[in-house]
Design a protein around this ligand. Structure first.
Ligand SMILES: [Zn+2]
Length: 282
């Protein structure tokens, strides 16, 4: 439910993105001309039985865009992610890194935009009952390990935030603590994006997700050199890859933007590290 509501807190598409996203949907045959230009970030949620061609793109003749491209500038949500085929999951790495996907077919090669936010959801175990004390769970430890091993290290290395979401209890419902409305969160996201855009005004990038790691680690980005120390220690210990270092830095900048701070603090770095390593619970 949270994943499906993520697009509602994202800012509307820029005019350029609206044209690109609409073109992709038109090419794929999923565009409804009566509805006009697509101006909201799209959500794609393929089923875990979806083929590689459906998710990544393909088909006979000229390759058609798949879900990764139809989710461009929006959200790609894979529910029960470990149930997807390894072939499909591995194919996500190229677009996650480059924001584009290249499809080779007999009929020719096509490159489509594919810059999406990836949301993966997984049960705690194959039977799905290993929450809380997990007394109801009937899975063996081998079954649990196998289940999660399908989400490969290289894919998880490209995931910035991992959170455990506890099941809703009757007490939670009775307490009636309603969360913030999406519109309130959306305003905060828009403000954070505006801060990032102002800071990046003299660069080719608009979003923190687009900023290359080398620049992010350089003084030009405004990243205080002392913030890098704990990350470089983690890199040397093998706890973080270089990609992981860059992703923690990006997330720390986003946390600073959300908190209206001019630059990340050591606390932002710590929070970003905890979110990456499943050290945090919502
Ligand atoms: Zn289980």
């Amino acid at each position: 439910m949270l994943a499906e509501r993520l697009p509602s807190i994202l800012p509307p598409l820029s005019p350029d993105d609206a044209v690109t996203v609409t073109s992709i949907h038109s090419l794929a045959g999923t565009f409804n001309a009566d509805a006009g230009l697509l101006t909201r970030p799209p959500l794609r949620a393929p089923h875990h039985t979806a083929t590689r061609a459906a998710v990544v793109g393909g088909g006979t003749g000229t390759p058609r865009p798949g879900d990764v491209s139809l989710a461009h500038r929006g959200v790609l949500f894979l529910d029960e992610a470990p149930e997807f085929s390894a072939g499909v999951l591995d194919c996500l790495r190229q677009p996650l890194e480059s924001g584009v996907v290249t499809i080779d077919r007999v009929g020719g090669r096509a490159t489509y935009p594919a810059a999406f936010q990836l949301v993966l959801a997984a049960n705690p175990c194959p039977c799905g009952r290993a929450t809380g004390r997990g007394l109801e769970c009937t899975c063996t430890s081998l079954q649990r390990r196998r289940y999660f091993s399908r989400l490969s290290g290289p894919l998880l290395d490209r995931v910035d935030i991992q959170v455990e979401v506890a099941a809703v209890t009757a007490d939670d419902l009775a307490a009636g603590t309603a969360g913030e409305p999406s519109a309130v969160v959306a305003a905060r996201v828009a403000e954070a994006r505006a801060r990032a855009a102002r800071r990046l005004a003299d660069t080719p990038w608009r979003l923190m997700g687009e900023v290359p790691g080398g620049w992010l680690r350089s003084p030009a980005s405004g990243t205080d050199a002392s913030l890098l120390t704990p990350l470089m220690t983690a890199l040397d210990r093998g706890d973080l890859t270089l990609r992981g270092v860059d992703r923690v830095l990006r997330l720390a900048w986003t946390l600073a933007d959300l908190g209206a701070r001019p630059a990340p603090t050591p606390t932002d770095i710590g929070a970003a590290l905890a979110l990456r390593t499943r050290g945090a619970r919502p």
